[in-house]
Design a protein around this ligand. Structure first.
Ligand code: PXP
Length: 250
């Protein structure tokens, strides 16, 4: 059994639901349900459920977060931008963990880590408020020694190292450089007594590279797992529909 824990990001389950513009996430026709998905992930061995409540609510909705809070058995890790509106939601829901991420409306997914140096003051205030509410706080950062040092100074419990550049590396040279940066950042974070997590773009192929990063506690993975679920589950779904159609009179 691997010592590495897995947090599954279920945002894309809600993305699929919102493709039909579900305004009432709990209505019978609103599927797939991220709460059901979370439960399946937990039963399969996930250590936690990760979800990003975005300012534009493009996938996960506020009611999803409330229902996840009530239903999940492991831990809820809420990814969020540092805005007053979303901080208020976090303080109301009280997830087990918050991962502060940069958020731009026009981005497809989180691009780059937090600019912890430029936003130090605003981050410090939010980190304190969240921690006072009993929430463990993580910062999603690019793997540089400077950001790790600043994160440690800000007094967070964890950092999540951004693995996107490693995952998207076009050449072996870039891959090697990114891996080296991640390895050094992970070592530095661990020496500063931070829990070291990693996430973004991790899939079934590059997981072997991730194994070369030392001191990791948890990986947060979304896209590749939800995508893989279609490959391994689509055949069963078709068979179930054919069985339901089998009683056609005529
Ligand atoms: N960690 C963070 C901070 C993220 O923003 C995301 C994407 O929502 C992930 C992990 C998961 O990334 P992916 O969907 O590429 O696995």
């Amino acid at each position: 059994m691997s010592g590495l824990r897995l947090g599954v990001n279920i945002d894309h389950v809600a993305t699929l639901r919102q493709a039909r513009y579900a305004t009432m996430p709990e209505s019978k026709n609103a599927e797939p349900d991220p709460i059901v998905a979370a439960s399946i992930c937990e039963r399969a061995g996930a250590s936690g459920i990760v979800t990003h409540l975005r300012g534009d609510r493009r996938h996960i909705q506020d009611r999803d977060i409330e229902r996840l809070r009530q239903n999940i058995m492991t831990k809820l890790n809420l990814e969020m931008g540092n805005t007053e509106e979303i901080v208020d939601v976090a303080l109301r829901i009280v997830p087990d963990e918050v991962c502060l991420v940069p958020e731009k409306r026009e981005e497809v997914t989180t691009e780059g880590g937090l600019d912890v140096l430029a936003q130090r003051k605003e981050l410090e205030a939010t980190i304190k408020r969240l921690q006072l509410a009993g929430i463990r706080v993580s910062l999603f950062i690019d793997p540089t020694l400077e950001t790790v040092d600043t994160a440690a100074e800000l007094g967070v419990e964890m950092v999540e190292l951004h693995t996107g550049k490693l995952a998207n590396a076009f050449t072996e040279k870039i891959q090697k450089e990114e891996l080296e940066k991640l390895r050094a950042a992970a070592r530095a974070a661990s020496e500063s007594h931070l829990q070291v997590n990693a996430g973004h773009g991790i899939n079934y192929k590059n997981i072997a590279l991730i194994h070369q990063i030392p001191n990791l506690t948890e990986l947060n993975i979304g896209h590749s797992i939800v995508s893989r679920a279609i490959s391994v589950g689509l055949g069963a779904a078709v068979k179930e529909m054919l069985a339901a159609m089998a009683n056609y009179p005529g």
